[in-house]
Design a protein around this ligand. Structure first.
Ligand code: UGA
Length: 440
């Protein structure tokens, strides 16, 4: 099939590359000429495991091309994917101006039946809005489909190629058939393509992210109580996760969720509810608990040092919101480091991928006070304590003997529960984690 992907951000690139890989011809549209040059040379501007190999192959085999000319893309394609930015506006609702603008242009350009697919996370009612915008400018037949993506950063290629489900929101049989044909290669294992109306499909995306954010937050609160009553959240997680109604996944307590999706989508769903005269109280609580969970590690530090944090030096391992990405949006490390520097502490920070992305996120003023180091051991040199804020694999099995020698005192504040309590006890490391007793 001939596909246009409009917007070559994270979702657009993964979508375009994976559809090209499954044998389609994909034309990617972007209005940033520098980015287009980079893409044409086979350079992927984001860090996403597995993407570059597929992307380079698609370019070599000429199944993916790039343009800044929307009319060319509209003319050449049967299906147009809108993968445009929808940043949160001042009121917490997604800003749809980019989507509406492209819809207007499509309305002026189409001369034959097309399916226009909304892939960005957009408020309920956006498909109708796009349809009305195009309809007001043309009498050529077309359909608008909502097809939310459920990709996780760091696992996006795999998630795209082996989706647990594909959700298609459309009231048109013709569009539904085309979409099923397009996704067929990815659901051969029998996973479902679920067809529903546009509004339910848009709501499905928010409900999924809102539910997952709530699940994590619930476990974080259980962890906070575990610490107070002497229980271990790891055992509790296994104890409840074996109940298939609860499920084993997404039950890991930590220092709060971050990223570009959960925080934004929880806020947007809360806002949609409010706009429709409904107070979504659980989501309100999720936001508040998550904000304080990000700082829970700082509370532990203050308590341990009896409030004497000024002048101490902390090593920080991990700056991204999760491993296998360079994305630092809403990462707990931002809030932890801001708080520590605000208390007069020094910070040595190490992350395998975030050296370029972190400074802008934390703010130049704070960033200029951080000592960014090039490897994990340098972040231990002469520090009072180590803080672990992202569970990169390389942090899971450190050389603890060397570790102890480098630090002033062997003290770890682990926001991701990477180590066994017994092992920490044997090694005489003072160890605080989440939802488990402190050691030594
Ligand atoms: C999330 C969803 O998982 C995807 O399905 C969705 O498509 C995507 O948002 C989106 O809307 O675009 P992502 O933000 O990439 O994906 O990352 P996740 O792997 O879901 O992790 C989100 C946050 O939750 C991270 O900060 C992670 O550390 C935290 N988390 C996750 C926990 O604290 N505990 C867990 O058990 C799982």
């Amino acid at each position: 099939m001939k596909i246009a992907v409009i917007g070559t951000g994270y979702v657009g690139l993964v979508t375009g590359t994976c559809f090209a890989d499954s044998g389609n011809h994909v034309i990617c549209v972007d209005n940033n000429p520098d980015k287009l040059d980079l893409l044409r040379q086979g350079e992927v501007p984001i860090y996403e495991p597995g993407l570059e190999t597929l992307f380079k192959r698609a370019i070599r085999e000429k199944r993916i091309t790039f343009t800044d000319d929307l009319s060319e893309a509209v003319k050449q394609s049967d299906i147009l994917f809108l993968c445009l930015p929808t940043p949160p506006g001042a009121d917490g609702q997604a800003d749809l101006s980019a989507v509406v603008k492209v819809a207007e242009q499509i309305g002026d350009l189409i001369d034959d039946y097309k399916v226009i697919v909304n892939k960005s996370t957009v408020p309920v009612g956006t498909a109708d809005k796009v349809r009305l915008t195009i309809e007001s400018r043309t009498s050529v037949p077309f359909d608008v489909v909502s097809n939310p993506e459920f990709l996780r950063e760091g696992a996006a290629v795999n998630d795209f190629q082996k989706p647990e489900r594909v959700v298609i929101g459309t009231s048109s049989d013709r569009a539904a058939e085309l979409m099923k044909e397009l996704y067929d290669p990815f659901v051969r294992s029998g996973n479902p393509i679920i067809i529903m109306d546009e509004r339910s499909s848009e709501m499905t995306k928010y409900a999924a992210n809102g539910f997952l954010a709530t699940k994590i937050t619930f476990m974080n609160e259980i962890a906070n109580i575990c610490e107070r009553v002497g229980a271990n959240v790891d055992h509790v997680r296994r104890g409840i996760g074996t109940d298939s109604r609860i499920g084993k996944r997404f039950l890991f307590a930590g220092i709060g969720f971050g990223g570009s999706c959960f925080p934004k989508d929880v806020q947007a769903l809360h806002y949609t509810a409010k706009e429709n005269d409904y107070n979504f109280r659980i989501l309100d609580a999720v936001q508040k608990v998550n904000d304080s969970q990000k700082l829970s590690i700082v509370e532990k530090i203050k308590k341990f040092y009896n409030g004497q944090v000024k002048g101490r030096t902390f090593g920080v391992w991990g700056l991204t919101f999760k491993p296998e990405t360079d994305d630092v949006r809403e990462a707990p490390a931002i809030y932890i480091i801001q708080a520590l520097i605000g208390l007069g502490a020094h910070v040595k920070a190490y992350d395998p991928e975030a050296r370029k992305t972190f400074p802008a996120a934390v703010g130049e003023e704070i960033s200029s006070q951080i000592d960014y180091v090039e490897d994990q051991t340098s972040a231990l040199q002469d520090v009072d304590a180590l803080i672990i804020s992202t569970e990169w694999n390389e942090f899971r099995r450190p050389d603890f003997d060397n570790f102890i020698k480098l630090m002033k005192e062997p003290v770890i504040f682990d926001g991701r529960n990477l180590y066994d309590l017994e092992r920490m006890e044997e090694l005489n490391i003072t160890y605080f984690s989440v939802g488990r007793r402190g050691v030594n």
